[in-house]
Ligand binder design. Structure first.
Ligand code: NCD
Ligand code: ZN
Ligand code: ZN
Ligand code: ZN
Length: 402
């Protein structure tokens, strides 16, 4: 199969031409000369996006979302891979439970998948033995579920296992985690989930300046912390209630600075669906959906700000595969790489609407926001799985390899 006459953008190139796909892989790229005008108006082919932070809620909370609905939602908006979080029920604290999640995904996932392992009160030996996961998720602050860990000695025990640790931490807890990690001699890689504060970006920037540590620390930022502040919380109430909470204008500016100078490595949605009824109830439910707004929010903003789309692709795809050491050849449009691709018409403009969400979560605080770029086709392993309106495939997601 061939995709012809498109602008091919990934982390390393922005060229015009054709690509040839065979047996699910990109086998050839032929560059062609075009006028500047044609180049600007051409359809864009990106590597499929990967979302390194979603809560697809299965098992345990399937009424909010499940792997099937969540992965369909992902695919329909250009996200061909995801890392699911361990605060399901039961939490992903044992290899047995991890296996069960993978078996569900094998049967029902429309997109490629990986599952985080959770740090529990007494699962040290399971963490030591587990493999084929993006990392161990350690919760240092309160959020959905009962996974919070306060004992700093336990944090250090988990660091000493030597496997990548991803932190749900904010401000002070993140600072203490980094301090402990340094005192232990940085025995593992550290990843900060959903950055939201200037102090976090500044701390990571400082750590990355140390040559020996530069490749051991990474961080992600979510669209809601790039586009919204505490003022939106006041406006939208519970529908803008999430952890970490929305911060100040200055924190938001710090996120964009971190994106621009490379301190922030990647985008993630923290897709955390709750029902409308839950959000409207007396109880507090932290989290908002995101996997169906990731592409449009960021693609539009990169165009508006005149930022380089190679960086957009790096932060939604290549960097994630690279920083999490995924063994599959994914995230670039390159000969030998898997043909997980998204075709976009950049000339289209419209607005965000939850009416066309595949997620069970049919609301978003971003509703009505002006966006650009129509997703016209999504390919998974060379097969057209979304045609711009409908999902065409069966459940063909594959386990990502680490
Ligand atoms: C997440 C959830 O609901 O699972 N909620 C949230 O507000 N982000 C959990 C989390 O990422 O901390
Ligand atoms: Zn690279
Ligand atoms: Zn979190
Ligand atoms: Zn989360």
């Amino acid at each position: 199969m061939k995709i012809e006459g498109v602008r091919i953008i990934d982390a390393h190139q922005d060229v015009f031409g054709d690509i040839k796909i065979q047996d699910g892989k990109i086998v050839e790229i032929t560059e062609k000369k075009v006028s500047e005008d044609e180049f600007e108006k051409a359809q864009i082919l990106f590597p499929g996006l990967i979302d390194p932070h979603v809560h697809f809620r299965e098992p345990g909370f399937e009424y909010k979302e499940d792997i099937e609905s969540g992965s369909r939602a992902a695919l329909s908006h250009g996200v061909t891979g995801f890392f699911d979080m361990p605060n399901t029920n039961p939490p992903t604290f044992t290899r047995e439970i991890l296996k069960e999640k993978k078996q569900i995904a094998e049967k029902t996932s429309f997109a490629n998948y990986a599952f985080y392992f959770g740090a529990g009160p007494d699962n040290q030996s399971e963490i030591e033995k587990v493999d084929q996961v993006p990392g161990t998720k350690l919760y240092l602050n309160t959020t959905t579920g009962n996974l919070r860990m306060d004992d700093e000695n336990r944090w250090c025990e988990i660091f000493r296992i030597g496997k990548k640790v991803s932190l749900h931490a904010e401000g002070d807890t993140f600072e203490r985690a980094v301090k402990n990690w340094l005192e232990e001699g940085s025995p593992c890689e550290l990843h900060l989930c959903h950055a939201s504060l200037r102090s976090e970006v500044e701390l990571v920037r400082k750590v990355k300046q140390e040559k020996s540590l530069a490749n051991k620390i990474t961080m992600e930022v979510c669209p809601h912390h790039l586009f919204m502040t505490h003022k939106d919380r006041e406006k939208h109430g519970a529908f803008c209630c999430m952890k970490p909470e929305l911060a100040t204008e200055d924190d938001l500016a710090a996120m964009w600075e971190g994106v621009l100078d490379g301190t922030i490595d990647m985008f993630a949605t923290d897709h955390a669906p709750h029902t409308k009824e839950e959000k409207e109830s007396e109880q507090t439910f932290y989290g908002i959906p995101g996997v169906e707004t990731l592409f449009h929010l960021l693609f539009t903003e990169f165009l508006e700000r005149g930022y380089n789309l190679k960086k957009f692709s790096a932060m939604t795809s290549h960097n994630i595969y690279e920083k999490f050491r995924i063994k599959d050849q994914k995230g670039l449009i390159k000969s030998g790489y898997d043909a997980d691709l998204v075709l976009v018409d950049p000339n289209w403009s419209g607005a965000i609407s939850a009416d066309n969400f595949y997620s069970k979560c049919r609301w978003t605080p971003f509703a009505g926001r002006a966006i650009r770029g129509e997703i016209q086709k999504v390919y998974l392993a060379g097969e057209e799985v979304f045609d711009g309106e409908n999902i065409l495939s069966g459940q063909e997601g594959q386990a990502l390899k680490f």
